[in-house]
Design a protein around this ligand. Structure first.
Ligand code: ADP
Ligand code: ADP
Length: 230
């Protein structure tokens, strides 16, 4: 079977700065891949290339068989199938929790409001934030907001989920409530790429871990190989 994500010989520059250097990576369907590495090593840039948030100088990125790149039409097709959760929640501050989850379904996939509301309530219940649906994001804790962000992404029924340091803006006591729902997701057959420093999470759910440094993939292995090596 074709991999969910196929990245071949990708190079990316910010001006003169060589941010990604000859990246080659295949992610099979259903795999949970954790990306770690020091700040500035290109982790964010790499996952942003996957859903067309960044362009790149050369190479190929294929997502679900579609070549992402300069083609806006293909990028939009890909984005409908790829959910993304960022460090800083990125909820719409002026919309209620429910509306944060309903509106993208109407705008991005043309659902009617009744069906979108039903889906939103179901996803918000799975994330255990259903009692907050009429509140605004700033009335929720960081951990609750991140679970809303996750529910919002899942409402669009993505085939792939990308996470960029989803717990690094959270207070320590809230980290596990987000990791727990991500773990449940990873055990389903979703394809997941997660940039994180949470080694416990990586050990629990990663099928594979890659380590980046200075724009390259410098090591790869199972979580055991990567974190328990002598
Ligand atoms: P990481 O996610 O591993 O911290 P990033 O992918 O965010 O790394 O960044 C890789 C490098 O590229 C860093 O040195 C960063 O400063 C630089 N960089 C990231 N985004 C931009 C940008 N929009 N313009 C210029 N440089 C950038
Ligand atoms: P992260 O490592 O999570 O990407 P950063 O602080 O590196 O966080 O980047 C935050 C935002 O700033 C990103 O949109 C990134 O593209 C941009 N950015 C990062 N470094 C630079 C830079 N040197 N010049 C311009 N934009 C940058």
């Amino acid at each position: 079977a074709d991999p969910a994500i196929h990245i071949q010989s990708v190079d990316k520059y910010y001006g003169d700065y060589h941010a990604l250097r000859d990246i080659n990576l295949d992610v099979p369907d259903g795999q949970t891949l954790v990306i770690c590495g020091p700040s500035g090593s290109g982790k964010s840039t790499l996952i942003r290339c996957i859903n067309g948030l960044e362009t790149y100088a050369s190479g190929t990125v294929e997502v679900l068989g579609l070549a992402v790149g300069d083609d806006r039409h293909l990028c939009n097709l890909v984005r409908k199938q790829v959910g993304m959760v960022f460090q800083n929640f990125n909820l719409f501050p002026h919309l209620t929790i429910l509306e944060n989850c309903v509106l993208p379904q109407i705008r991005a996939i043309g659902k009617d409001r009744a069906a979108a509301t039903e889906e939103a309530l179901s996803q918000l219940a799975k994330m255990q934030v259903q009692e907050h649906v009429d509140k605004y994001p700033d009335q929720l804790s960081g951990g609750q907001q991140q679970r809303v962000a996750l529910a919002r992404a899942l409402c669009l029924k993505p085939k792939i989920m990308l996470f960029d340091e989803p717990t690094s803006a959270l207070d320590p006591e809230m980290i596990s409530e987000v990791l727990d729902v991500m773990q449940a997701l990873a055990r389903e057959d979703m394809t997941i790429i997660c940039v994180t420093h949470e080694m416990g999470f990586a050990r629990a759910v990663a099928d594979r871990v890659i380590l980046m440094a200075e724009g390259r993939i410098v090591e790869e292995g199972t979580a055991e190989q990567m974190f328990n090596a002598p």
